[in-house]
Design a protein around this ligand. Structure first.
Ligand code: SER
Length: 317
């Protein structure tokens, strides 16, 4: 029987693109998109879509049964900045959906699970440069605490119940198709929009705040390569460090200026600054590289060119 895939959270920044990529691999009808809100037109029009709230076990179970789902990609989450402002809702969404899906793995209803973790699992006492796979983890955000708890549950369900769950600690994801929402790294997407539309941007992070980032095509490759890797290559069941490119607001502004010479940036750090200050500046992803052959393709230069080119077309410029 062919794989039947459910994506929970298909209307978000990553979901929008991951659905289309998975449909191109597994066939449109074998990839069921789902979210609490409608997805992008290309997602709605190219294959099945279900409205479900991932927190509601019965709704998830119904859709899994109805479509004979074998794999779930659980992307629904409240990101770092929003979850600080909605503590209960963030914790509930981020934890409950995961436990429903892990239980379906334990009960052998589904065979494989993808669940993203984040660089937010690290905290103020984590070594910030080339943060190792195994290190001090003391997150001080709701989002980070939920992701670290989730990692421990994934590892537990794998060890105790043999659940095939796989995970990546995403850095900030940069993309042009769908907007990010509620993250501390979102400035690195907004800056491109503002540069093209207004020629200036006020960054909510200070000029030298360095964070790990990744361009969407690399994030999609990482996700799919991990899910398709032979089971014996998967030595980590909490979540893998993966790295793309690290930069500061100042550095990305300089890169944009190469293409938009009059672009101006200033800085007004807000409540998101302390969140960024608690996260790594760069990530050591050698374990992912060794175990399942991860490597990234996009550096800052290539990413900037591709973002500007695609956003100009999107904005009709
Ligand atoms: N991009 C996320 C955030 O900023 C990190 O996983 O919340």
């Amino acid at each position: 029987m062919s794989d039947r895939i459910l994506i929970i959270g298909s209307s978000g920044q990553i979901g929008t693109e991951l659905v289309m990529r998975l449909r191109s691999i597994y066939g449109n009808d074998n990839v069921i998109a789902s979210d609490i809100k409608d997805a992008a037109p290309e997602v709605m029009e190219s294959g099945p879509f279900e409205v479900i709230d991932g927190k509601n076990r019965d709704q998830v179970f119904y859709v899994v049964k109805k479509h004979k789902i074998t794999q779930v990609y659980l992307l629904a989450a409240m990101l770092s900045a929003t979850a600080e402002r909605h503590v209960e809702a963030g914790w509930s969404l981020n934890m409950r959906t995961l436990s429903h899906v892990l239980d379906m793995g334990k009960d052998k209803i589904i065979k494989k699970i993808y669940w993203p973790s984040s660089i937010a699992v690290f905290g103020p006492n984590t070594p910030r440069i080339l943060t190792p796979q195994h290190t001090i983890m003391d997150p001080n955000t709701v989002y980070g605490i939920s992701k670290l708890s989730g990692e421990r549950w994934c590892d537990y369900y794998n060890q105790k119940f043999g659940v095939d769950v796989r995970s990546i600690r995403y850095p900030g994801i940069i993309s042009w198709k769908a907007d990010p929402g509620g993250g501390t790294t979102d400035y690195a997407v907004e800056i491109f929009h503002k540069a093209l539309k207004e020629g200036k941007y006020t960054s909510f992070l200070s000029e030298n705040t360095e964070l790990p980032m990744m361009y969407m095509p690399d994030a999609l490759d990482a996700t799919i390569n991990l899910m398709e890797a032979p089971v014996e290559q998967i030595g980590i069941r909490s979540s893998y460090n993966v790295a793309g490119v690290s930069f500061t607001p100042k550095k990305i502004a300089e890169e944009i200026k190469k293409h938009i010479p009059n672009f101006e940036i200033d800085y007004a750090p807000d409540y998101r600054q302390p969140i960024a200050d608690s996260w790594p500046q760069s990530i050591d992803d050698s374990v992912a590289r060794e175990q399942w052959g991860w490597r990234h393709n996009y550096g800052l230069e290539e990413m900037t060119v591709d973002m500007l080119t695609n956003l100009k077309i999107k904005f009709g410029m």
